[in-house]
Design a protein around this ligand. Structure first.
Ligand SMILES: Nc1ncnc2c1ncn2[C@@H]1O[C@H](COP(=O)(O)OP(=O)(O)O)[C@@H](O)[C@H]1O
Ligand SMILES: O=C(CO)[C@@H](O)[C@H](O)COP(=O)(O)O
Length: 498
């Protein structure tokens, strides 16, 4: 039997999937790693943790499943986007990686917007947001000049892991799109952008397609994992591009909802002509010559994880959500805004923070848990609103990520989004997309669409309940007022955060 492996370098953990030629999941292995929040708004990881975790998970995948390295034909990656890994000339990180959910760079974003003016949107197709990579490079340059002086080039998280596994250095277009330095339509580094901030061309790695063959494992990694040096390694893509591939979002008309640490609503774009005026992100897809637009809720699953850690430590998500189904839509008047690390869509605001509004003496922990789920889903609905207002039809949504594990949440998505929500059997998120890139690269299928027909399997469809949807529509209009009603208070409280 032949297999491919998908490696999903997530924010909370690296997940490795062993996938057979019929698309079935044969095994998986995961390694978690820590996040460092030294100051409010900061979020960092140690790239060495990613490498150790990936090698450990790959070894477990091979060791425990009675297969040999030679059985694995291809391996590819999906990675958390935007994280800055600054490297020296020996290809070693000069500091910890600054992640996508780190919001220290508001000043640098202002500088980028001011310097590039209209060019920013026309070339990079995105506004300057704290999470993107270019502002992080400028932050290190301005705040840690001694460290910056040691750096000679940069990579994104999964590119660094791939470098350590294969010894080859690349960045794929779908991930490069999130640096704010790529000419998205032209599919090349924007000379205008990098020159404007005096970033030498040599800082930017060679660009490849997500499906490109990039090499084989080094003998050391082969020995450490049990994988063979004959396994072909393919570049891989940004986690949202891979999530879209793994959910079969490969043709126009399809929409994805992903609730992982962050949450996204993503729609397929067959060319770069759509213009959302920067209200949503616009990036290159992992499928060649295609694109996608997406709105991002920074703390989607993270809000529920925070709630569990703060108020139900040690409990499973199922235990935390116990009783939530008995509470009516609207959590008996309790509303939650999931801005606990700032927000991106539709309010790009690093200083906003979350609220519970309408706390009543009768509310129990289950009301709070339901309000958290509803608030996250309302936030995602803001992105759906943007797409619908731009003329897109959104009637069917494929739902993935940890949030898709709970049937109640899937029904809530259908009710709030007023769309049919499709769950996948064996939902594996971006890791499956990475495995599909490896399967196509290994010659198992001629195209990603052909692979999707075998690998992506639909499960139950959740239809909106008209009465509940009507209630949620009213609640959503109330939710939409919460940002402007709480922004001033939160901005004043900013000075009191550590
Ligand atoms: N059984 C569950 N029920 C509801 N939500 C869940 C469940 N399991 C995980 N989640 C949510 O999914 C999130 C993790 O999703 P995942 O896709 O694994 O994250 P990432 O890849 O971003 O690290 C958690 O933060 C949690 O909010
Ligand atoms: O910043 C973004 C997208 O722009 C995030 O979606 C990251 O790519 C990480 O996502 P998780 O899968 O860890 O939630």
């Amino acid at each position: 039997m032949k297999y491919v492996i998908g490696v999903d370098l997530g924010t909370s953990a690296v997940k490795t999937l062993l996938i057979a030629q019929d698309g079935t999941l044969k095994a998986e292995a995961t390694r978690e790693y820590p996040l460092y929040h030294e100051k409010a708004g900061w979020s960092e990881q140690d790239p060495e943790d990613w490498v150790t975790g990936t090698i450990g998970a790959l070894k477990e995948l091979i060791d425990l499943n009675g297969i040999t390295g030679e059985d694995i034909e291809g391996l590819s990656f999906s990675g958390q986007m935007h994280g800055l890994v600054l490297l020296n000339d020996a290809d070693r990180p000069v500091r910890r990686a600054i992640l996508w959910n780190d919001t220290r760079t508001t000043e640098q974003c202002r500088e980028i917007s001011h310097t590039l003016g209209d060019k920013l949107l026309s070339v990079t197709r995105n506004p300057a947001l704290e999470g993107f990579t270019l502002p992080k490079i400028l932050w290190v340059k301005q705040n840690e000049p001694d460290i910056f002086a040691q750096a000679t080039h940069f990579l994104l998280p999964k590119d660094y892991v791939r470098l350590r596994l294969t010894g080859t250095k690349h960045m794929d277009l779908s991930d490069a799109a999130g640096t704010l330095m790529l000419d998205i339509a032209g599919r090349s580094w924007s000379q205008e952008v990098i020159a404007a901030f005096e970033i030498p061309q040599s800082y930017c790695p060679p660009l490849v397609e997500a499906g490109a063959y990039v090499g084989t494992l080094t003998p050391e990694v082969s020995q450490a994992t049990g994988l063979s040096t004959s396994t072909r390694i393919f570049a891989g893509g940004a986690d949202n591009a891979c999530g879209a591939i793994g959910a079969g979002i490969l043709t126009p008309g399809l929409t994805l909802c992903s609730i992982g640490t962050s949450g996204v609503i993503l729609t397929y774009e067959e060319d770069a002509s759509a213009d959302y005026a920067g209200k949503v992100h616009f990036f290159n897809h992992g499928q060649e010559n295609a694109f996608y637009a997406m709105g991002v809720t920074l703390a989607a699953g993270y809000s529920l994880s925070w709630f569990r850690n703060a108020f139900a430590k040690g409990e499973t998500f199922d235990a935390v959500l116990d009783g939530v189904g008995d509470i009516p839509a609207g959590s008996n008047g309790l509303l939650f805004t999931p801005y606990i690390v700032g927000e991106r869509t539709p309010h790009a605001d690093a200083k906003i923070r979350g609220s519970f509004i309408g706390i009543d003496g009768s509310h129990t922990r289950a009301h709070f848990a339901r309000a958290v789920m509803e608030g996250i889903t309302f936030s995602l609905n803001e992105s759906i609103d943007i797409f619908r207002n731009a003329g897109k039809t959104i009637d069917t949504i494929i739902s993935i990520g940890g949030g898709a594990k709970n049937p109640l949440w899937l029904q809530m998505q259908a009710d709030i989004f007023r769309a049919n929500v499709v769950a996948l059997t064996n939902e594996q998120g971006p890791g499956l997309g990475a495995a599909m890139l490896a399967a196509v690269g290994s010659g198992w299928f001629p195209t990603l669409e052909a692979c999707g027909k075998v690998f992506v399997k639909h499960d139950r469809v959740y239809h909106p309940n008209e009465a509940v949807s009507g209630q949620y529509e009213q609640l959503f209009r109330i939710y939409q007022q919460a940002y402007s009603q709480t922004a001033g208070l939160n901005h004043s409280l900013y000075a009191f955060r550590n």
